[in-house]
Write a protein that binds this ligand. Sequence first.
Ligand SMILES: *Cc1c(COP(=O)(O)O)cnc(C)c1O
Length: 367
Amino acid sequence: MNVPLLDLTRQYSSIEPQIKAVVEEVMKSQYFIMGPRVVDLEKKIAEYCGAKYACGCASGTDAILLSLMALGVGPGDEVVTTPFTFFATAGCISRLCAKPVFVDIDPSTYNINPDLIERAITSRTKAIIPVHLFGQCADMDPINAVAQKHGIPVIEDAAQAIGAKYKGKRAGTLGTIAAFSFFPSKNLGAFGDGGIITTDDQKLYDLVSILRVHGSKPKYFHKYIGINSRLDALQAAILLVKLPHLDKWNEGRRANAASYNKLLSGMSVGLPTEQGGLYHIYNQYTVRVPRRDECREYLKSKGVGTEIYYPVPLHLQECYASLGYGRGALPAAEKAADEVMSLPIFPELTAAERQHVATALAEFMAK
Ligand SMILES: *Cc1c(COP(=O)(O)O)cnc(C)c1O
């Protein structure tokens, strides 16, 4: 049996006629960039999250970049974030000639450790970017408390967390401004790149809306220097078909996670934990295993797809050598990078496939 890490074709076949119909409509209209479908999607995503405003853009990366730009982050500034995330989180900070300041993670959630944030804050700190990694919200109450104490805005990197909740509130409403990604492997995936920003702050919303179109308002009058980061009408049309299914798909992932938790409970495998009051949407189901690389090879030989998110914490990336962190600087993130492995968790996974994954893991553990 082959169990891929992610099989998007199953989801597609469940909505193929509806997708084809809207793609056809967009093609007939020949209206490709922004337009009414993007406006409709922005309204529906804002409603879904419970945010006042949403602003579509070209990717999750750009959603982070535009948020930082709107907050005025620039040369000489520092932004506090986690080293255990996809590169984009920190890359956007560096692109604006600001400096990422990495704070170690809580090993039980893989999210930034709120207790370590305050000592990383200096007079140059312009923002904090917690990441809701794997689909579980960072511990936002203590993060917001430190941020408020120092008057620093909080950008949620919610790329992996659309639909996740923290104490009843959805990701995208937990900080000053939030960035989502519609990369195909995210829980709400487009047919290509796409992203969206949510916020309750009208000034920030106006700014990101202007910055995504080269800083112009009205057209050809440039008050700011922005970028080209627009959402395609095609992507918006596809996402509008998918959005009504999102909660059901997230529930499917949660059910798969619950099933794995049972199947793997007797093994010496570190299972993901769901913190009290949180609603984890399992963009990834990430375990810790001994002899991780050997384990992956064994699973591969049994047809089970896995991936390592992430093998190198950002403070140890070659491009960040000049920041001067060495091995040992952020031990919890380094340990996680050495031990984690993500298993197939997509909603359409069958019971037989979950069992096959569990059996293969059990065989490896017994070796
Ligand atoms: C996917 C992802 C991004 C970037 O999103 P893109 O749409 O691929 O640009 C940023 N941060 C995290 C944590 C992600 O998982």
